[in-house]
Design a protein around this ligand. Structure first.
Ligand SMILES: *Cc1c(COP(=O)(O)O)cnc(C)c1O
Length: 423
């Protein structure tokens, strides 16, 4: 039996209807932006393996840091203990985070980072003796698959089986161009009519919705409305963090500062699962008390895993090299050039670019759903042509490792052009 056949015996894959999905591709090796399957077919990883890998596969610098940490202190519990990688990482992060962020809480993945933020928002008011139980989120948001994160997510595809079992979430429209005022008005109304604890949002780019983008000044306004009403703001930078938008964090484009931030995905350069939720001093102080019941009783076994911290430290170092910053600018320029070329194609509805993110909407033929027929046709075409991309309905997007070569990028663009003709 080959790997794919052995896989089918026991494995259950994420977001997969096993009855109708084609069999998974067995990948045996990765280097830079490339992956190879067990037949030695080469693929360009145009989505950085679900947005986690900025510096390329099998990165030696991060691998060396991990090895060194594994052979020094691989893990120690973080309840009652601490260690240098966690302390240094907290210091480095505080340097680059918005100036109001003062406390770092570790967990394991994007969903748990969000889970922690939402629990903190709710308990913050509980500790102060105020009843505030509603969370505000955007339409079509994606914040993860654990329960509170799922409640905040607005893509019904992922959540329909669990309706009625969620914490209270009220949605407001995303302030995409032309809908800004509608979004502001909706937020004010929601705050007026509910006891709102927090507002969670993907800053500037909604990844899973299909790289939907909105302007920094709209987000500034929304955060301001929350601040005026004492509603905590949570920037979910799980996708956007660490350079994807052209700045270290998407929030660096705006004037206001969020109360909390969620980080994961590229945090460890796509090597070790780890996540962080960050907080203001004021939030921390609502839990700081002689009363033990006011503490945050949340934790995960592998909290602040030293090996993960070492990977994150190596990743931060790479991110801030001139070379990597130049790569981000280079990929952005390539995207802008391609956008110029493709945007007036008769089959193209719209295009958008921010940082290393490029998205293109193909004109709809039918009612294209998230995992509809156009999506499957596109996905298969890209795979046939050695490009790993996961279109969202009629939306094709690229979010490559920053180190992707110009030649590889041109090949991705070329195959997208062919795909547009094909559908
Ligand atoms: C991927 C993602 C999550 C969930 O992260 P997981 O590690 O998959 O749990 C949360 N928020 C955003 C914005 C994401 O893109």
């Amino acid at each position: 039996m080959n790997l794919t056949e052995r896989d089918s015996q026991y494995l259950w894959h994420p977001y997969t209807q096993h009855k109708t999905a084609s069999l998974p591709i067995a990948i045996k090796k990765g280097e830079g932006a490339l992956l190879w399957d067990d037949n030695d077919k080469e693929y360009i990883d145009a989505i950085a393996s679900w947005w986690v890998n900025p510096f390329g596969h099998s990165n030696k610098f991060i691998a060396d840091a991990i090895y060194k940490q594994l052979t020094t202190l691989e893990h120690v519990l973080f309840g009652g203990f601490t260690h240098e990688p966690a302390v240094v990482l907290s210091e480095k992060l505080i340097e680059i985070l918005p100036k109001n962020q003062k406390k770092i809480f570790f967990s394991d993945n994007g969903s748990t980072a969000v889970e922690v933020a939402i629990k903190v928002a709710l308990q913050y008011f509980f500790n102060k003796g105020e009843t505030r139980t509603t969370i505000i989120a955007f339409e079509n948001a994606f914040h993860g698959d654990t329960f509170a994160a799922m409640a905040a997510s607005g893509i019904s595809f992922y959540t329909q089986a669990f309706q009625g079992m969620f914490i209270d979430v009220v949605r407001v429209p995303v302030p995409v161009q032309g809908k800004e005022q509608e979004s502001f008005d909706a937020l004010k109304k929601v705050i007026k009519n509910n006891n709102c604890a927090g507002f969670i949002f993907e800053p500037l780019v909604q990844g899973a919705a299909g790289m939907v983008m909105y302007e920094p000044n709209a987000l500034d306004e929304l955060i301001k409305i929350c601040q005026d009403n004492n509603v905590l703001t949570i920037a979910d930078e799980v996708m956007t963090g660490f350079g994807k938008t052209g700045k270290t964090f998407a929030i660096d484009y705006i004037k206001q500062k969020p109360d909390m931030m969620c980080l994961s995905k590229a945090l460890t350069g796509g090597t070790i699962p780890m996540a962080i939720t960050t907080f203001t001093q004021e939030i921390f102080e609502a839990f700081y008390d002689d009363d033990i019941n006011k503490a945050l009783f949340h934790g995960h076994t592998f909290t602040a895993n030293p090996t993960g911290c070492a990977a994150a430290l190596a990743s931060l170092e790479l991110l801030h090299t001139n070379e990597m910053q130049n790569d981000i600018a280079r990929v952005n320029q390539c995207h802008l050039n391609f956008q110029e070329k493709i945007k007036s194609h008769p089959k193209v509805e719209t295009t958008r670019v921010l940082g290393v993110i490029f998205a293109l909407e193909i004109k709809k033929q039918n009612d294209e759903s998230y995992y509809g027929t156009m999506r499957t046709k596109l996905y298969d075409f890209f795979i046939e042509n050695g490009i790993i991309m996961r279109p969202v309905g009629n939306i094709v997007y690229i979010l490559p490792p920053y180190i992707i070569t110009n030649e590889q990028l041109q090949k991705v663009y070329q195959v997208i052009e062919q795909a547009i003709e094909m559908v």
